[in-house]
Design a protein around this ligand. Structure first.
Ligand SMILES: [Zn+2]
Length: 277
């Protein structure tokens, strides 16, 4: 009899250890008065065997996420609004962001943003005509060329996004510049020119910026500010718990196309992702 109970207790403990490492449920929830910024790239089905599927959130998954956020009472704001009014943002404020400018942001994301009365900030590479690889992954598959061949938004399509009122544009440099490998004049030029180009072409204000690849050096937040932006988002993961975070190094929650809904909810709650993903 004792042996049976011990065996069961051991089994439960082992299960608990597995569950802890898998879902990090034990991390404390971050109070809902602290805004969340979510990072997406593409809204599309996975490609068999693609190493970039983490950047592809399938449309049914994106819809489930929007549906859940709405039903839980989260309010959607553009990043620039949020950054300008961070300390007074209401409870349950979330900013959805897309990086780069993939065409599915129009074909797949926009209809769902409309359906759930949501909004998003698009950090748009100014020059989308060249065939540079914008992969945010810095590993071996960086050079696979897969994302280089991914359809990008045309200017006319960006017009459609803006006309919907569901999107604001942010800067992401002209060429998707790796700021840790560029000299200061190049960085200053890319920051300034991308902002000017987007403002002139799309007749809109560009107030917020995203560091390409999430890479930046210690002087770069200041260069972004000097170039006329009022905020910048990084790829550092998490939720700010300070009431007045550095507006030029804002953390985001990465939404992976490989995560389940329970993992998504966990990330909204704690800012952390499941392990081993
Ligand atoms: Zn990017």
């Amino acid at each position: 009899m004792n042996l049976m109970w011990e065996t069961m207790a051991l089994g439960a403990a082992a299960g608990g250890v597995w569950y802890s490492s898998r879902f990090a449920w034990w991390r404390p929830s971050v109070a809902v008065r602290h805004p969340r910024i979510l990072m997406y790239h593409m809204i599309q089905s996975h490609r068999t065997g693609s190493p970039s599927n983490g950047l592809r959130v399938p449309p049914p998954m994106f819809e489930a996420q929007l549906h859940w956020l709405r039903s839980e009472g989260w309010n959607f704001q553009f990043t620039s609004e949020l950054a300008d009014h961070w300390p007074t943002a209401g409870e349950k404020t979330v900013a959805i962001t897309f990086d780069d400018g993939y065409r599915d942001n129009l074909t797949n994301a926009l209809p769902l943003l409309e359906k759930y009365d949501a909004r998003a900030t698009l950090y748009l590479v100014a020059d989308r005509t060249s065939d540079r690889d914008w992969s945010s992954q810095k590993k071996a598959h960086h050079n696979s060329g897969e994302l280089r061949n991914e359809p990008k938004l045309t200017d006319a399509e960006v017009d459609t996004l803006l006309a919907s009122g569901r999107f604001e544009l942010g800067g992401h440099t002209v060429t998707h510049l790796n700021m840790t490998r560029a000299d200061r004049p190049t960085k200053e030029r890319e920051l300034r020119e991308s902002r000017n180009q987007l403002e002139n072409r799309f007749q809109t204000k560009i107030k917020t910026f995203a560091y390409p690849f999430g890479l930046y050096g210690s002087e770069d937040p200041d260069l972004v500010r000097q170039a006329g932006y009022s905020s910048a988002v990084t790829t550092h993961s998490g939720i700010h718990t300070e009431s007045n975070p550095d507006r030029f190094q804002l953390r985001r929650i990465k939404v992976s196309g490989r995560e389940s809904m329970s993992e998504f909810r966990l990330r909204i709650r704690t800012g952390w992702r499941a392990w081993n993903k």
